[in-house]
Design a protein around this ligand. Structure first.
Ligand code: FES
Length: 124
């Protein structure tokens, strides 16, 4: 279904599965290395990623290594969805929050869900 939607939009897509049951046998970073990391036309491309945190961290690391900017769509458990419960807090690197903000955290529900990957504290 999703593949058909990509095809209708004219967007090329590469499917990767860890077990090789469909498409490329490997994870998304391996695909990025093979298809984007070796082609100069993608040198300045911006990377957009959504998915589980571990994958986002790996994609962000790849983008940083290659000098590509990257935006990630974070997933988080949300109880209220309006910024009250703090259940969706994501740690940000010091200095990554807006000037005047003292928090080291952003809320996925009201500040995201999309963040610049290089501002997320992937080690917390
Ligand atoms: S879901 Fe409650 S603060 Fe984000």
């Amino acid at each position: 279904m999703v593949l058909q939607q990509f095809a209708r939009s004219g967007t090329s897509s590469i499917i990767a599965t860890d077990d090789g049951s469909m498409g490329y046998h490997g994870n998304v970073v391996e695909v990025l290395r093979e298809f984007l990391g070796q082609d100069e036309q993608w040198a300045g491309a911006e990377v957009f990623a959504c998915g589980p945190g571990g994958m986002l961290k790996a994609v962000a690391g790849f983008a940083r290594e290659k000098g590509n900017s990257c935006q990630v769509c974070m997933e988080a458990y949300m109880a209220c969805g309006i910024g009250l419960c703090q259940s969706c807090a994501v740690a940000m690197k010091t200095g990554a929050v807006n000037e005047g903000e003292s928090k080291k955290y952003k809320l996925v529900c009201v500040n995201g869900p999309v963040f610049e990957a290089d501002k997320v504290d992937w080690n917390s």
